[in-house]
Design a protein around this ligand. Structure first.
Ligand SMILES: NC(=O)c1ccc[n+]([C@@H]2O[C@H](COP(=O)([O-])OP(=O)(O)OC[C@H]3O[C@@H](n4cnc5c(N)ncnc54)[C@H](O)[C@@H]3O)[C@@H](O)[C@H]2O)c1
Length: 271
């Protein structure tokens, strides 16, 4: 009897021999995706703001010795972007996969939202994300890697919200840059896609819940309960719920998929 079944084949690590760079991966979705990439055999350069590797990254470094390293960098600083690409490629070679994930959340009623909030959100979510993507794409073209980029959008980029105008606009920009970059990179066979999560229970949601509590006069924790119950599948996602899509889009299984932003949201947005 032939024991090499399709089941066995599906167990091959899907990202073996790839080098993935992940931003904003000190916790939340980014750390869960880093864990999945490591399980699938990738070498990972894990980037976040803190000087020292945050606890979830320490755990990954311990569980996958020699397969991951941590780089402290701020994606809003051009010099940091150059440095993180140099450090990553020096350690693990040319970058094959970018999980472009660093992001922040703020909100306020439209008439009260000021220029400082606008600048802060666009600096990280749009300018930082765009220039990380641009510099990594230039590196991928120069190194002739058959690269895959996954940009972190959001369901907030699909539809406006009265209290969340700037964050929604930053994520709509990510969806648009994903499409333009995919077309620009198609001749190089580099794929650029996005993921649009719905509501995912991460450290960011503590902040989101507190802001909704303030503006909608809700008890703490209530907004989280409400948004979870409103998801067609009936619950808030966990960071690991994003990992399957992030592995798939990075892998050869998605070799004919580019310029798309995939909703991973329990059914919140329909396409
Ligand atoms: N949690 C959700 O419900 C949800 C939904 C849709 C989209 N997203 C997006 O997913 C991404 C990850 O969010 P999360 O929920 O895991 O939140 P998180 O706050 O746990 O993770 C974001 C990470 O980005 C890092 N970061 C922030 N500014 C940075 C900078 N200037 N340079 C480098 N790193 C920086 C933070 O330190 C943090 O570790 C974000 O882009 C967020 O907008 C989250």
């Amino acid at each position: 009897m032939n024991t090499a079944s399709a089941h066995d084949v599906s167990r091959q690590p899907r990202l073996a021999d790839r080098h993935a760079l992940l931003t904003g991966a000190g916790g939340g979705i980014g750390a869960a995706v880093a864990a999945a990439y490591l399980r699938e055999g990738a070498r990972c350069s894990v980037v976040d703001l803190a000087d020292q590797a945050p606890a979830p990254v320490q755990e990954l470094l311990a569980n996958y010795p020699g397969q991951a390293h941590y780089i402290a960098a701020n994606v809003t600083r051009p010099a940091d972007i150059e440095r993180l690409i140099a450090e990553a490629s020096e350690r693990f070679g040319a970058i094959d996969i970018l999980f472009n994930n660093a992001g922040i959340f703020e909100m306020a009623p439209l008439l009260e939202s000021d220029e400082a909030m606008f600048d802060k959100l666009f600096a990280v979510n749009v300018k930082g994300s765009f220039f990380v993507m641009q510099k990594v794409l230039a590196h991928m073209v120069a190194q002739q890697t058959r690269g895959a980029v996954i940009n972190m959008a959001s369901q907030a980029g699909r539809r406006g919200e009265a209290l969340v105008a700037h964050y929604c606009a930053t994520k709509a920009a990510i969806i648009s840059y994903t499409q333009s970059a995919a077309l620009a990179m198609a001749p190089h066979r580099i794929r650029v896609n996005g993921i649009a999560p719905g509501v995912i229970d991460t450290p960011m949601w503590e902040h989101v819940d507190a802001l909704f509590a303030k503006y909608e006069k809700l008890p703490p924790g209530e907004k989280k309960k409400q948004v979870g119950a409103a998801v067609p599948l009936g619950y808030m996602g966990a960071p690991a719920d994003i990992a399957g899509a992030a592995v798939f889009l990075a892998s050869d299984e998605a070799s004919y998929i580019t310029a798309q932003t995939l909703n991973v949201d329990g059914g919140n947005v329909m396409s």
